[in-house]
Design a protein around this ligand. Structure first.
Ligand code: ADP
Ligand code: MG
Length: 301
């Protein structure tokens, strides 16, 4: 159940939302699809789920072409759209049973209770959707995406707007479900994909920037180092740049600096040495943990 995206371009009038995007989501993989707001994430997800056609290029889902076999693809794909549109007046089970009906599923009742269990909705299953917390509304959204037991799941910002506890819960659900399905989920937040993705694709302004193993990205990022330092007196940027191993120097404010290296060597030692030699005092010196977020910033600036 792979998704092959080849040279996909999407234009909305004069605006190009996707520009020749190519990558593959492999069978059984959890792919994190990242990019800032407006990058083109939702656009590509709508193309994969056959809600809008590409301007050019092809998308093949499990051997079926989105331009020709949309009915077939909709049977295989579960989709949680951005902003999760739900009928707030309906009861949870009533709504899920309605969705099961749209898919013309046999044994509706059984399907509903299975999916309620799968996403952990048991304790809220008899409520009206409008009465649920945001986290539980997302579970209802996941449940409607899963009810026909699709092999591919497309989740558009499934964790946006959740508090940290809800976020952790939904992550767990996605991780659990992802064991048996091909999952592509989008986010504009880095931390959450670090936790659960096998691979990461980053786009910005419709262009693909990164397509890599999550491990590789994490490794590359751990080789790089960022240190925040405060001196007791004025130091020039040029002096700091000459410190052994330093690749980038940014003044934060006054005598506070952010200094980064491309190698894994510890910058703190060389900064201390530099200060000692000049008779400057180091008031604070802190190593920043290098997060995907920083790579993201570097790439999208
Ligand atoms: P993301 O989901 O990454 O935030 P989108 O795919 O929603 O990005 O949007 C990509 C770009 O396309 C944005 O600049 C957005 O304004 C534009 N766009 C999205 N949908 C439409 C539309 N229906 N008509 C015109 N422009 C659109
Ligand atoms: Mg979006």
């Amino acid at each position: 159940m792979s998704i092959e995206i080849k040279n996909v371009t999407k234009e909305y009038g004069l605006q190009k939302a996707l520009n020749e995007v190519t990558f593959t989501v492999k069978r059984g993989e959890i792919l994190g699809f990242l990019g800032p707001n407006g990058a083109g994430k939702s656009t590509l997800m709508k193309i994969i789920t056959c809600y809008i056609p590409p301007t050019s290029g092809t998308v093949i889902v499990d051997g079926y072409d989105v331009r020709e076999d949309s009915l077939e693809i909709r049977k295989k794909v579960g989709y949680l759209p951005e902003h999760n549109p739900l009928y707030l007046d309906m009861y949870v089970k009533e709504y899920l049973s309605f969705i099961a009906g749209l898919h013309k599923l046999p044994k509706k009742k059984e399907k509903v209770s299975n999916v309620v269990e799968l996403v952990g909705l048991e304790i809220e299953q008899n409520k009206r959707i409008g009465e649920l917390s945001k986290g539980y509304k997302q579970r209802v959204g996941l449940a409607q995406a899963l009810i026909h037991d699709p092999n591919v799941l497309i989740l558009d910002e499934p964790t946006s707007g959740l508090d940290p506890n809800q976020l952790a819960d939904i992550r767990e659900v996605i991780k659990r479900i992802g064991k048996e399905k091909t999952v592509m989920f989008s986010s504009h937040i880095m931390q959450e994909v670090e936790a659960i993705c096998d691979r990461i694709v980053i786009i910005n302004r419709g262009n693909l920037l990164v397509d890599q193993d999550a491990n590789q990205i994490m490794k590359a990022s751990s080789d790089r180092q960022i240190v925040r330092v405060e001196f007791d007196q004025v130091v020039s940027k040029n002096e700091l740049k000459q410190i052994d191993g330093v690749s980038k120097v940014t003044q934060l404010k006054g005598n506070e600096w952010e200094i980064s290296s491309l190698q894994s060597q510890d910058l703190r030692a060389s900064i201390s040495k530099f200060a000692g030699a000049k008779g400057i005092l180091v008031l604070s010196l802190q190593k920043e943990t290098q997060k995907l977020e920083n790579i993201f910033k570097d790439l999208t600036h």
